[in-house]
Design a protein around this ligand. Structure first.
Ligand code: ADP
Ligand code: C5P
Ligand code: MG
Length: 209
């Protein structure tokens, strides 16, 4: 059965407290970093080794466009401009994917991307992240990676990339600072080969397990 994200947020009644099937809140790790810092690449490795379900907010939004949803045009326009889609849309997609996964531990990649994302997750999903992985990488390196990513993304062109960097600095970094002040952020030097970055990632999950 899938994780019931909403129900798991209700306080247990005294009756439920004795039932062995009482649902526990799922564990959530936010995976953040600039565009092209390697979030998706590292998440694939974490899934293999640690059994998390990987939910990329960007991937979910792209799938929503592909599905022919009534929000598709709006999402497409925002992605092409590097803008952050309203949280109500993204949260619904995340919530549905969590419920459908059947898992109870999630890597949420590329979310929260701004203060509105963060506050909505807190208010609607009501799960505190266990910790935040923050992949730190210079813009020149991220730009190089994005320009040769070759996944057919319309926003991997120099004009959109520059807009995405600006949004990252202005809107996403403050969210990371918010969690940093709570002592929840693990900074990882992402400007190294994939295997070396994963060594650092692994040591964090080994300790958390
Ligand atoms: P993000 O999800 O953060 O945007 P991706 O994981 O999609 O980043 O990586 C962007 C591009 O860079 C991909 O083509 C990927 O293969 C490549 N890449 C990822 N990590 C590294 C790394 N450590 N060194 C070199 N290239 C990388
Ligand atoms: O993470 P990724 O690079 O796949 O995100 C692509 C785009 O999806 C972002 O530039 C943004 O337009 C949109 N997005 C969003 N809200 C998120 C994550 C991604 O609007 N939380
Ligand atoms: Mg990605």
């Amino acid at each position: 059965m899938g994780t019931n994200v909403e129900a798991s947020n209700q306080p247990n009644s005294s009756e439920d407290a004795n039932v062995s099937t009482v649902e526990k809140k799922p564990a959530v790790v936010f995976v953040l970093g600039g565009p092209g810092s390697g979030k998706g690449t590292q998440c694939a490795n974490i899934v293999q080794q640690f059994g998390y379900t990987h939910l990329s907010a960007g991937d979910l939004l792209r799938a929503e466009i592909e599905s022919g949803s009534e929000n598709g045009t709006m999402i497409d326009n925002m992605i092409n401009e590097g803008q952050i889609v309203p949280s109500e849309v993204t949260i619904k997609l995340l919530q549905r994917a969590m419920e459908e996964s059947g898992n109870d531990k999630f890597l949420i990649d590329g979310f929260p991307r701004n203060e509105e994302n963060r506050a909505s997750f807190e208010n609607l999903i009501r799960i505190e992240p266990e910790f935040i992985l923050f992949f730190v990488c210079p813009e020149e390196e991220m730009e190089r990676r994005l320009l040769c990513r070759n996944q057919g993304r319309k926003d991997d062109n120099i004009e959109a990339i520059r807009k995405r960097f600006k949004v990252f600095l202005e809107s996403s970094l403050p969210v990371i600072s918010y969690y940093d002040a709570m002592g929840k952020v693990f900074k990882i030097n992402a400007a190294r080969p994939v295997e070396d970055v994963f060594e650092s990632v692994k040591s964090i999950f080994d300790k958390a397990d």
